[in-house]
Design a protein around this ligand. Structure first.
Ligand SMILES: *Cc1c(COP(=O)(O)O)cnc(C)c1O
Length: 528
């Protein structure tokens, strides 16, 4: 083993040490015996239950049967951009040349992946209109931190390191404020106007109040309300005139690619989410990529890495992630997506994403109020369905609607973000008209069920909405509900042969959030 590092073995292992199995063989590890592990590992039964390929196959199938994923139907999670992760795009990441590359492999062994990273970076700067990009951040939130560190370093280099105020609209994603605090900035919240846009009067007042202290504003465009705010260029000018920098949260880039470039309409820096707009699968905690893209004046302050001088500017702010190129092994997915789509294809994807969201908004508007729209009456790539009036009138909540959608064979939309008591729907360009119509029909049918509560036919508590979702097990034994079994599990539009059966009924989400509930063996099981 020591040969691999070009050093000599440091003598025999101390008494009692058996060193790591395999690689070292008999010559031991050469470390103190107290450092050697003596306890068993991988003791959970799951590591010992599936011993043949057949068993393993069936175990994985069983898990996927319980899951509701994009291979089953639409996941209309607003802000999350749950679009197709095409098989062709995914294939290359299984190749050992990408999958088995060590993050610190010598540069003469990583020319291929670095060429791919270089090309992908060039395409991303072209798409966004920025001048430079770093692919090091492992998540959108890490891109935010990197971007804000660049802004701070820029101010510092100009002798204005005292600029520490970061303006953030009330509707912002939670990561924005968290990143600002991590970057050592002070968060000042900008109000939302009645129409859902940033309150420009409040913004003017806050810019004036904090002028010499103003470091940056972080805005999302199109906004987290799913609207192209017409004031975006004025906003950029206002903040620039006061000496601040403009951070545009690029998580909603699926509404911009090919149509508008943040680097050209006034922003200084953005992060992108390759695991949203650029097809890397996400939602299960898999690796993300949140590139940070900047205009030229911020380029010297992009992340770099002490062990990989070639990965960033020597004047950079240091690493934001452990590996020089972050989640490099999944980059072939985004590379393939852009390469396969081409410029015209990417633009078309954006147009269809916006069209799909507007189709849903237009068809559902008379059943559920659409909270915000631009001056033209149109939304961007997602829309917010406002249930607050319905909840006040009938007692039926967003939870009830979200869970009832499972009975209809859908994943719920985003709940209560960015506005509590609402559902945010983002269909993406990947959904065809048939699937959009299936979703719309389910929502209209749910609206009929809500109307039955409103009209006193059934109470909210006794309705199928409150008990949703319904498992197969719930159908067995005594049936004492106020609705029949067919209504429970085969509501209108659900094909009995293609039914998605949820594995669990309604859970208490708030309780679960506050109490760690572990399905592993109890801790006592691990006692000696
Ligand atoms: C998803 C998202 C983020 C954060 O991205 P992560 O990769 O989850 O850290 C930030 N802002 C907005 C608007 C988002 O939708």
């Amino acid at each position: 083993m020591f040969d691999a590092f070009g050093i000599a073995a440091p003598g025999a292992a101390p008494e009692g040490s058996d060193g790591p199995e395999g690689a070292d063989g008999a010559d031991g590890g050469g470390w103190d015996a107290s450092l050697s592990r003596n306890t068993a590992y991988l003791t959970h039964p799951v590591f010992h239950t599936h011993r043949s390929e057949t068993q393993m196959l069936r175990y994985l199938r069983r898990l996927s049967e319980r899951d509701y994923a994009l291979d089953r139907g639409m996941i209309p999670l607003g802000s999350c951009t749950m679009k197709l992760n095409a098989t062709t795009e995914m294939e290359a990441i299984t190749w050992p040349e990408f999958a088995d590359l060590h993050p610190f492999a010598p540069t003469n062994q990583t020319e291929g992946i670095r060429a791919l990273i270089g090309q992908l970076g060039d395409w991303l700067t072209e798409i966004t209109g920025y001048d430079a990009v770093s692919l090091q951040p492992n998540a959108g939130s890490q891109g935010e931190l990197a971007g804000l560190l660049a802004i701070h370093a820029y101010h510092e280099a100009r002798g204005e390191g005292h600029r520490r105020v970061c303006l953030i609209p009330a509707s912002a994603h939670g990561t924005n404020a968290a990143s600002a605090v991590m970057a050592g900035l002070k968060v000042v919240v900008v109000k939302t106007a009645a129409g859902g846009d940033i309150d420009m009067d409040d913004l003017r007042a806050k810019v004036e109040a904090h002028g010499p202290e103003l470091a940056a504003i972080m805005v999302t465009y199109p906004s987290t309300h799913g609207v192209f705010e017409e004031t975006i260029t004025d906003l950029c000018a206002l903040v620039h005139d006061a000496g601040g920098q403009v951070y545009v949260d690029g998580a909603n880039l699926n509404a911009l690619v090919g149509l508008a470039q943040p680097g050209r309409f006034g922003a200084d820096v953005s992060h992108l989410n390759l695991h949203k707009t650029f097809c890397i699968p996400h939602g299960g905690g898999g690796p993300g990529v949140g590139p940070v893209a900047v205009r030229s004046h911020l380029a010297p302050y992009l992340p770099n890495h002490p062990l990989a001088p070639e990965c960033g500017p020597s004047t950079g702010v240091g690493p934001v992630s452990a590996a020089p190129y972050g989640s490099a092994s999944v980059l072939p997915i985004s590379w393939a997506y852009i390469r396969l789509m081409g410029g015209a294809g990417l633009t078309r994807a954006t147009q269809v994403a916006i069209l799909n969201a507007n189709y849903i908004a237009a068809r559902l508007r008379e059943h559920f109020p659409v909270l915000y729209a631009g001056a033209s009456g149109l939304v961007a790539h997602e829309c917010i369905l406002d249930l607050r009036g319905i909840t006040a009138e009938t007692g039926v909540t967003v939870d009830d609607v979200a869970k009832r959608l499972v009975d209809y064979g859908f994943h719920a939309p985003t709940m209560s973000f960015p506005v509590a008591g609402t559902l945010m729907v983002e269909p993406t360009e990947s959904e065809d008209l048939g699937e959009l119509d299936r979703f719309i029909a389910a929502m209209i049918s749910i609206r009929d069920e809500i109307n039955a509560v409103r009209d006193g036919v059934i109470t909210a508590e006794a309705s199928p909405l409150r008990s949703a979702p319904h498992t197969a097990y719930a159908l067995t034994g005594e049936w004492d509900r106020a609705y029949d079994r067919t209504t429970a599990v085969f509501p209108p539009g659900v094909d009995p042969t293609d039914k998605y059966w949820p594995p669990v009924a309604r859970i208490d989400g708030a309780y679960g959030d506050r109490h760690l509930v572990c399905s592993c063996p109890a801790p006592e099981a691990f006692e000696d």
